[in-house]
Design a protein around this ligand. Sequence first.
Ligand SMILES: [Zn+2]
Length: 264
Amino acid sequence: MADIDVHVLDRGRIHADKNFAVDGTTVATDSDPNPDFEYVPYAVWNLVIDTPETTVLWDSGSHPDAATYWPDPLYEAFAHVDADEHDLADDLDEAGYGLDDIDAVVQSHLHLDHAGGLYHFEGTDTPIYVHEEELKFAYYSAKSDEGSIAYVPADFDRDLNWQVVHDERQLAEGIELLHLPGHTPGLLGALVHTETPLLIAGDEVFFETNYANEQSMGTSLLWGSQAWAESLWQLKDLERRHDATVLFGHDADQIEAIDGDEWP
Ligand SMILES: [Zn+2]
C-alpha cells in the first residue's frame, strides 16, 4: 500500500432545490397538492492527493466570480453563494499547499462547479487529466445549442496541457481512475489506496441518498440513466471488494463530518 495523504478542500456551498440531486424528492399529490420544496446546501470540494510520487489536485471548483460569470439561469438555479470567498490558491494554502506544489490535475468532469479553477494552470505544463468523452461533450455543448448548458467555455477553452484518458488507468501508484458515465458521458471517479480505501464517486452520486436508495439525480442532471445505473453497480462492487469509503459529489453532511481536512 502506497503512503498516500488525502486533504479535503471545502470550496463552499451551492444552494439549490433538492429535486435536482435526488429525483422525486418533492412530489405534489392529491392530499398535498402544493408541498414545500427543499432548498438545500450542496457542498463543493476538491482534493489534494499526495503520494510519494506525485501531488494531484482533484477538480478545481467554481470560478470565484460565479455570481456574475455563470449564465444567469444556471446561477439562479444553482447559486454558489460563497464562491468569491473560496479562491483556489487560498483554499490550497489552508491545506498547506501552493499552486506550484500541484504536479497534475484530474478533472472529474468539466461542469462549471468543477472546472472553474483551471485558469490557474493556463500556459503551464501541468498535466490536466480528463476523459476523452468528457472533453468532446464539453466542446460539443459549449460550441453548439446541443448537449448541456453546464459547460462554460471560459472555464476550459484555454491553453492547457490536456492529458486525455481513453480508458480506466492507474494515474500513479495507489490511484486508479474509473470511468463512471451517467451524470455526464466522461465522468471520472477513482479508487485511492489510502489506509481506508477511498472510492471517489463524485457526481455519479450527489448525496448519500442517491447511493443508499439507488435513486438518480433529476433528469436535467442526468446524461444517461442506464449508464448511471451501471456506474452505480460498479461503485458498489468496488466498495464491497475493497471495503472502501465512498466520497459523494455534493453531500454537505459528509464534508462537514470530516474532522479537519485530512481524509481518515
Ligand atoms: Zn457538480
